[in-house]
Design a protein around this ligand. Structure first.
Ligand code: UGA
Length: 421
């Protein structure tokens, strides 16, 4: 077993740390946010994620600890994972400030270290960042050449809501690296993972992550466009998706039509790839359209609602605020543009989400929030389902008019309108 330091305790960092500890490694999680460090050491998950609490109860103290001392963590471990955020700027560019400063700090520690150490970039970074940004910072500030230390690009493919499960059993582990010694260390890191390991170069590993997320986002926008046509023709899009997905070359996944994709990954990653293409003078017609279809979908939903009912002064129950079920994350949630448009139409909103209400209160303090889904239904004139929470699937909607943007209802209520089916 190895000693692993994980730098950054956001979504990916925390799950990486807890996941490796569950696999038997000794892990230290590093964050300069002292509050988070304390929470982790007290076995309190700073984010909501299925199974995380139980996993932390198991590994914190025995296999995992948190600290703010990056230098010591690098000196005391065999491998350091960079898991800091790479937010998207206004123009869609990937912001590397945190990756750069952490790379420098790691390099200062490497300068003092005799033993071979591998630095792993897990943060999502645009192709060529590991080679052109991280490597020069590591070499320049440690006084060592690649080979005297190891470097690997190992993108993360976990989904929020299934994060631990995805981390522990990924479809594949992508490892972009150059030297045999680094390969041996990374094979040890992933020794207890039965998933296939795919070895390639730094930039290929970075591009695999962007291409995968962009292709999944493309499937979603594609089926939404098909769904919008189906709706006009009275065709059930979900039956179409099922039939299409039976073709092995296509697969049944990510063909659920609805309000579009949100979250901290797809919108950011597709935008960053578009931005990289533009920088290189490459036309990104397909990716531009993927984003355009996604932006349009909440408007298509509103037009559908307005074609059936007046919104001014109407009591509208909004079920679902998170960008998808199983998380409290509201980043780029498609419910945000929907709520904005409802407010513009002067609707009176009562919203409910099993986990994301506190986060949404910061975004929309002016709307009302209900304690339960049933209370939302009972107190509203029309109901909108915006997130695919399982608990919404078998509620009693009585004879209220329901607009469903996620197709999760087991039995369709009497007065029902699907967004694009
Ligand atoms: C996504 C990828 O699925 C992960 O593999 C990847 O590691 C992660 O991004 C990342 O880059 O870190 P995540 O953003 O957690 O994971 O969520 P998804 O389950 O992929 O859903 C993204 C959005 O697409 C959600 O808003 C969801 O509602 C929407 N979606 C998904 C659809 O509208 N239709 C579908 O068929 C599937």
């Amino acid at each position: 077993m190895l000693k692993i330091s994980v730098i950054g305790t956001g979504y990916v960092g925390l799950i990486t740390g807890v996941g490796f500890a569950l696999k038997g490694h000794e892990v230290v999680c590093i964050d300069n946010n002292k509050e988070k460090v304390e929470m982790i050491n007290n076995k309190q998950p700073p984010i909501f994620e299925e199974g995380l609490q139980e996993a932390m109860n198991k590994v914190v103290l025995s296999k995992l600890s948190a600290s703010s001392d990056l230098r010591k963590a690098v000196l005391d471990s065999d491998v350091s994972f960079i898991c800091v955020g790479t937010p998207c700027s206004e123009e869609g560019k990937c912001d590397l400030t945190a990756v750069e400063s952490v790379s420098k700090e790691i390099a200062f520690a490497l300068k003092e270290k005799k033993a071979f150490h591998v630095v792993v970039v897990k943060s999502t970074v645009v192709p060529s960042t590991t080679e052109k940004v991280v490597l020069p910072l590591l070499e320049g500030n440690s006084g060592k050449k690649l080979g005297e230390f190891g470097l690997c690009m190992n993108p993360e493919t976990l989904r929020e809501g299934f994060a631990l499960q995805d981390f522990l059993n990924p479809d594949r582990v992508i490892l972009g690296l150059k030297h045999d010694e680094t390969k041996k260390v990374m094979e040890k890191v992933y020794e207890n993972f039965s998933s296939p390991k795919f070895f390639c170069g730094f930039s290929e590993a970075e591009m695999i992550k962007y291409a995968s997320n962009s292709l999944l986002a493309t499937k979603i926008s594609f089926i939404n466009e098909v769904g919008n046509i189906c709706k006009k023709l009275g065709i059930d899009t979900y039956t179409v998706s099922k039939g299409v997905g039976l073709d092995k070359r296509i697969s049944p996944f990510f063909l659920n039509a609805g309000l579009g994709f949100g979250g901290s990954c797809f919108p950011k990653d597709v935008s960053a790839l578009i931005s990289k293409g533009k920088e290189l003078g490459v036309k990104t017609l397909l990716l531009d359209s993927v984003m355009e279809v996604n932006e349009l979908q909440p408007k298509v939903f509103l037009d559908l609602i307005k074609s059936k009912t007046e919104l001014k002064g109407k009591k509208v129950g909004v079920l679902g605020l998170a960008f998808k079920g199983g998380t409290d994350d509201i980043r780029e949630s498609r419910s945000i543009p929907v709520i904005k448009m409802l407010l513009d139409e002067q609707a009176v909103i009562l919203a409910h989400d099993p986990k994301a209400e506190e986060n949404m209160k910061k975004e929309f303090p002016e709307i009302s929030y209900a304690d339960s889904a049933q209370q939302t239904i009972d107190s509203s004139e029309i109901i909108l389902i915006l997130t695919d929470w399982n608990e919404f699937s078998s509620l009693d909607f009585k004879d209220k008019l329901v607009f469903d943007a996620r197709n999760i209802l087991k039995n369709k209520p009497v007065n029902y309108e699907g967004l694009s089916w």
